[in-house]
Design a protein around this ligand. Structure first.
Ligand code: SAH
Length: 362
């Protein structure tokens, strides 16, 4: 299926201005196709956030857009926080209608930057250890709302001479529960005439929705797939991740095998280390058995604890022991570097902090 990034982007701009459809919008402002291309390029490639600053457009048109609420971004900034080491930046955005989502930017040594973005306000999957999951589902984001998180933080990086080198769908929400908008957002991120980020620099992370893993394989994109596994047995995984009752491990792993067979692409498995829950040697051995012999890579994630969390983080030495068991079994494994702890940078944590009531009610 072909996705026209400019058309996707314009659809969102027009919808939030309440200006009918793209054709009506073009008629109302007498926009020739090259004008629309100029506006799109200004936002997606030149990273201009304010329509009044798009100097390629006539002054009157800019003024009319500004007066009518035609904007280049769907997001209002609520909170902007930098970690004390300057490597992690977190933004909490207000969407049209008032819901909030967050994005996190990590600046690694050597110039690589990773931007973690949200695909939904809230999440319907209720993983036991995740702040977003505890607060419930609010709504899907549009492709534009997903893309605008990247534009916002790309503008901030550009002001310091840097750019976004990697995007991961590991913020709030389940990307495969908002499949079409996420694929459209991928098209926006990738567009060579716009944002221009290579597919290989994008990662989608899922709780493991089997039919969507199959659909994603059929897209034949070079986009990376990450599966949030977190447990090597059905009994434990169902306790941590309710989705496991719908798609148990045998079905999930079969879908992963189909994906690799179809795409010949490696799958990343995320495994959050919860003290005394999923981090003993027996778990490591079961995990190694599940992984061995496939094009799979395990990423162990140090748990980011919250004051009211029912879980604690596995001590670092134990994480390395767990990793060693996988390594000895021949399973590729890495331990995720922990960044931004002082600004609550794990999934959903900033929103939870600023919304204590909503959090307590859920
Ligand atoms: N719904 C998708 C994407 C969002 S979560 C998914 O589950 O994959 C991205 C990753 O962050 C998941 O692996 C999730 O389990 C992990 N995560 C959530 N809360 C966390 C926490 N407090 N500390 C560490 N990792 C966390």
């Amino acid at each position: 299926m072909s996705r026209d990034p400019q058309a996707i982007w314009l659809r969102d701009v027009v919808a939030r201005a309440g200006a009918g459809d793209a054709a009506e919008f073009a008629r109302k402002y007498e926009l020739k196709p090259y004008r629309i291309a100029q506006i799109y390029r200004a936002a997606a490639k030149e990273l201009i956030g304010d329509v009044r600053e798009v100097t390629t457009l006539p002054k009157e048109l800019r003024a009319a857009f500004a007066a009518d609420g035609v904007t280049l971004s769907s997001l209002g900034l609520e909170v902007f926080q930098e970690s004390s080491d300057g490597q992690t930046t977190k933004a909490l955005f207000r969407l049209q209608g008032g819901k909030e989502v967050e994005a996190v930017l990590m600046e690694h040594r050597g110039g690589r930057t990773t931007l973690c973005i949200s695909s939904q306000a809230g999440c319907a999957f209720a993983c036991a250890f995740c702040s977003t999951g505890q607060a419930g589902f609010s709504r899907n984001l549009t492709a534009g709302e997903i893309f605008d998180q990247a534009l916002f933080l790309a503008r901030w990086l550009a002001s310091r001479g840097k750019r976004v080198t990697n995007v991961v769908f590991m913020g709030m929400g389940e990307p495969f529960h908002n499949y079409a908008a996420v694929m459209d957002a991928v098209a926006l991120l990738n567009d060579p005439h716009g944002f221009g980020l290579g597919h290989r620099h994008i990662t989608i992370s899922t709780v493991g929705i089997v039919d969507k893993i199959d659909a994603f394989a059929d897209e034949h994109l070079q986009v990376n797939l990450a599966i949030s596994l977190h447990a090597p047995t059905d009994e434990l995984r169902s306790k941590l991740m309710p989705i496991n009752r719908r798609f148990p491990l045998a079905e999930l792993m079969a879908a992963c095998e189909r994906y690799v067979a179809k795409t010949n692409r490696k799958i990343f498995f995320e495994y959050v280390m919860l003290d005394g829950v999923n981090d003993d040697a027996a778990c490591a051995r079961s995990l190694a058995k599940l992984m061995r012999g496939h094009l799979y890579h395990v990423n162990l994630i140090p748990y980011n604890s919250t004051p009211d969390a029912a879980f604690a983080a596995t001590p670092e030495a134990k994480i390395w022991k767990f990793a060693a068991i996988l390594d000895e079994a021949g399973v590729p494994v890495t331990v995720r570097q922990n960044m931004g702890r002082d600004i609550a940078a794990a999934c959903g944590q900033l929103r939870a902090e600023t919304q204590p009531k909503a959090h307590a009610l859920s």
